[in-house]
Write a protein that binds this ligand. Structure first.
Ligand SMILES: *Cc1c(COP(=O)(O)O)cnc(C)c1O
Length: 428
């Protein structure tokens, strides 16, 4: 029997537009608020922090937004990414479910993050910005921004959560190899960092703290802007390229997913794969169940409260209406550092409260077990973050087996774990 395992698109089939779900949402999300006045934030108020075009996208309700040619050209480095049928995993689980995954691990930095990094660097460079700042957890986002900045000749400063800076040393060398500067956060380079170090010299850092430092530098240094790797609408928008490609590839496979599954940190890879499918449901054409897989150590959608909260620890960002565990929440030091963010963002949170999104929480033991089964069957060692999507998919495949019904499952392999071997070592 000659079966197809990989569904490949041609470069010419890379989408020319991103999909903005805001256009199709039955209930729009509540606005971001200015934290001082508690009035709805005006786009101009965000332009000191982000490139103008990105601010425009943040507030846009246009359904389709053109991908600039220079960005689409750079996407050809690694896009279209393959859609793969996980026959070997299906066999190991002895499940009637058909399992597909979109493999975003093939990007040069090994994750989906480059999809938005290239776009953000581009819009800043055409505006004449010369310096960018950002934070990074495990180092995935910092690596993606670093390569993107080297393409568009921008200087980059990365504040890396100290825990990861020390526990995952290789990613900081990746960031450095592409030309970015990287500092452990909390650092003595910002007044916020110095304040934290004074009260807790051994602080291991959090994403929220690193964001505060990166924002502080962006607003105090000339010709500098800040970039964020998840949570915000424009980031989710850029990631929809994943789902738009997957949609065409599922068509090639002659299937439509009953369930679309992704791990959830701030929602970018989840929204990226899920929103293009959800649009069919919002238009009344199809039914699809979306599952966000969260770590038990940081289950904002599953256990958080829907309320206005800050995006960072210091309370410097606008107030965001979202499911949150609180901006001062300090999650346990799990290996999936990219999932240790406290909030779920504006769009996902609204869609979740309207019943379009399900979430589940999974503990670290179960995710690594799933990750190893995936490695031993499909060959790719998944990022600790991505193992959450795999574990959730395995749960669904085993449910299908119990119920004796065939189902089509699609999950996003957000990244590989080749730089996370220390995490695997401690599990094994
Ligand atoms: C950053 C990261 C995540 C989590 O971020 P989201 O915005 O929730 O997608 C997941 N997987 C990988 C590989 C990452 O690098």
């Amino acid at each position: 029997m000659d079966v197809t395992k990989k569904f490949q698109l041609a470069e010419s089939e890379i989408p020319r537009q991103w999909y903005n779900i805001v256009a199709d949402m039955p209930n729009k999300a509540k606005p971001l608020l200015n934290p001082q006045t508690r009035e709805p934030l005006k786009p101009e108020e965000m332009e000191g922090l982000f490139a103008k075009e990105l601010v425009k996208q943040e507030f846009s309700d246009e359904r389709w937004i053109d991908i600039p040619d220079p960005v689409r050209e750079l996407y050809k480095m690694y896009r279209p990414t393959p859609l793969v049928r996980a026959y070997a995993l299906e066999k190991a689980l002895d499940t009637p479910a058909k399992i597909f995954y979109k493999n975003e691990s093939v990007s040069p930095v090994g994750s989906h993050k480059l999809n938005t990094a290239l776009a953000q660097a581009y819009y800043n460079s055409v505006q004449g910005i010369t310096h960018l700042t950002t934070e990074t957890g495990a180092g995935q986002w910092g690596s993606a921004m670093s390569i993107a900045c080297s393409y568009f000749n921008l200087n980059l400063e990365v504040f890396m959560v100290k825990q990861s800076y020390e526990q995952k040393p290789y990613r900081k060398f990746v960031i450095g190899s592409y030309g970015g500067k990287v500092y452990p956060s909390p650092s003595d380079r910002t007044s916020y960092g110095r304040k934290i170090l004074k009260s807790d010299p051994n602080c291991r850092g959090t994403l929220g703290m690193a964001i505060s430092e990166a924002v502080e530098v962006a607003v105090t240094k000339p010709n500098t802007r800040y970039t964020l790797g998840s949570v915000l609408n424009h980031v989710l928008l850029h990631q929809t390229i994943i789902g738009l490609e997957a949609e065409k590839q599922m068509e090639m496979a002659g299937e439509y997913p009953n369930k679309v599954i992704a791990c959830f940190g701030g929602g970018s890879n989840f929204s990226g794969i899920a929103f293009p499918f959800l649009r069919h449901e919002l238009n009344g054409q199809k039914k699809v169940k979306l599952i966000a897989a969260e770590p038990s150590a940081c289950p904002k959608l599953t256990k958080g409260k829907l309320e206005y909260d800050f995006g960072d620890s210091a309370g410097m960002t606008p107030l965001i209406p979202m499911y949150t565990l609180g901006h001062d929440f300090q999650p346990e030091q799990i290996h999936a550092a990219g999932l240790r963010y406290h909030g779920g963002g504006q769009l996902v949170s609204q869609l979740k409260s309207d019943g379009y999104i399900d979430s589940c929480e999974i503990d670290q033991q179960e995710t690594f077990k799933a990750g190893l089964l995936f490695a031993r069957t499909e060959g790719v060692i998944p990022a600790p973050e991505s193992t959450h999507a795999i574990a959730a998919t395995i749960r669904e495949a085993l449910k299908a087996k119990e119920a004796g019904k065939s189902e089509v499952l699609l999950f996003n392999l957000s990244g590989h774990g080749m730089l996370d071997m220390a995490s695997y070592e401690s599990y094994i």
